[in-house]
Design a protein around this ligand. Structure first.
Ligand code: ZN
Length: 160
């Protein structure tokens, strides 16, 4: 059963509240994570606690237990001059790393007008209710080294 420090191998499909598929491990390697280490969102860890190999789990996770609610302060309007010559490449929907006083932050361009560009530094899934369809493929105990590092080693995990 899945408990603190289990290494869990699972296949998953993630949909939003409208049923659109946002992410999926179908046709790819399964996801491997260390349970209780914050490798995956807290709401999904709670739902998977106590589950066994072969279990299928349908879970609806609120934004508060997923990627949080959008923060207005992370939406900023910047003058086009700030982009210099790169402005020609900027378009709505483009993602890039913005240099901030707190270091690089991934942002998406959400709007443009004559003089300014609006960028949003919120996580793309902030504010979204997440619908997970998970099947548990494998469970093992983590090694002491994995527990110390807070992540899985070997196939599907860190190779170092
Ligand atoms: Zn490690």
């Amino acid at each position: 059963m899945i408990k603190q420090n289990s290494v869990v191998t699972m296949h998953y499909e993630l949909k939003d509240a409208e049923g659109e598929v946002l992410d999926s491990s179908k046709g790819q390697e399964p996801l491997v994570y260390l349970h209780g280490a914050g490798n995956i969102i807290v709401g999904l860890e709670e739902e998977l606690e106590g589950k066994a190999v072969g279990d299928n789990v349908n879970a609806v996770i609120s934004p508060e237990k997923a990627y949080g609610l959008p923060v207005e302060a992370l939406v900023q309007t910047v003058p086009k001059e700030a982009f210099g010559a790169e402005i020609d490449k900027v378009e709505v929907g483009m993602r890039f790393q913005a240099e901030t006083e707190q270091g690089p932050v991934p942002v998406v361009v959400t709007g443009m007008d004559e003089a300014t560009v609006t960028v949003d530094g919120n996580h793309p899934l902030a504010g979204k209710e997440l619908h997970f369809d998970v099947s548990i493929a494998e469970i093992r105990d983590a090694s002491q080294e994995e527990i110390d590092h807070g992540h899985v080693h070997g196939p599907g995990g860190h190779q170092h």
